[in-house]
Design a protein around this ligand. Structure first.
Ligand SMILES: CSCCC(=O)C(=O)COP(=O)(O)O
Ligand SMILES: [Mg+2]
Length: 230
């Protein structure tokens, strides 16, 4: 029986276009100013810049080079943990100023609440940092959804296409793998979760439905039919 729902964000609870056409451009626009004003005073920012310098082989004192690297990573949609941490800190300002409002599909909003109220435990696993996850769900156009979640996981447990990441999450949750349903729009992530023993549902929000042996759903309402059966 499924007792835990672990959900992806982009393409699953929230639209890809919100992330790519709103969040990423906002981070790109404010990155240089944010890094230049914060890099000396904020230890968390300094730590991320250390990691960018190491990963990219850029001199740590070359702030322009580090900013150029981060801008390239945003364009390439790289899931690098220091970029994701910095993006979360930059988006925080936008959400707090009311410039950003998180997108959540109506059906996701509806069923996250219903599943929580039915006693299922809900967790997030996204490439966005835990802070970014709490912000997108804390400041949605439909209100604050953070009370429904029991916890959040980001790339600090590992990449989303690696089975080891799901094993690490299972270790932290302390539950049987088959009691967890992982929701995502990316097949390689579903495969990794299945390797770790989780059940999965593939959210296909737009376009043709794939011909696959996996459970495929357009909406969380369709996922609910699976939850009620298993
Ligand atoms: C937490 S909102 C921003 C999402 C993000 O930065 C991203 O890269 C999308 O990753 P996901 O794993 O949710 O597809
Ligand atoms: Mg996704």
């Amino acid at each position: 029986m499924i007792r835990v729902v672990l959900t992806d964000i982009e393409g699953t609870t929230s639209s890809i276009s919100f992330v790519h056409d709103v969040l990423f451009p906002y981070a790109s626009e404010h990155l240089a100013d944010f890094v230049r004003t914060q890099h000396a005073d904020n230890p968390l920012v300094a730590e991320q810049l250390d990691a960018v310098a190491t990963t990219a082989g850029v001199d740590r004192g070359d702030i322009d080079g580090l900013i150029d690297t981060l801008q390239a990573w945003i364009r390439e949609d790289r899931k690098e943990t220091p970029l994701k941490t910095l993006q979360g800190l930059i988006w925080e300002q936008g959400y707090q100023q009311g410039v950003l409002k998180g997108h959540i599909y109506d059906d996701a909003a509806d069923y996250l609440q219903r599943w929580h109220d039915r006693g299922l435990r809900l967790f997030v696993y996204s490439s966005g940092s835990v802070k970014a996850q709490q912000l997108i769900f804390g400041y949605t156009t439909a209100g604050d959804f953070t009370p429904y979640f029991s916890g959040y996981f980001d790339t600090r447990v590992g990449g989303k296409k690696e089975a080891g990441s799901y094993q690490a999450i299972l270790g932290e949750l302390g539950v049987e793998p088959s009691t967890v349903l992982f929701l995502s729009d990316v097949e390689a992530e579903l495969e990794a979760a299945e390797t770790a023993g989780m059940q999965t549902a593939w959210l296909v929000r737009d376009g043709d439905l794939p011909d696959t042996g996996r459970f495929v759903a357009r909406t969380f309402s369709e996922v609910d039919t699976l939850l009620r059966k298993r």
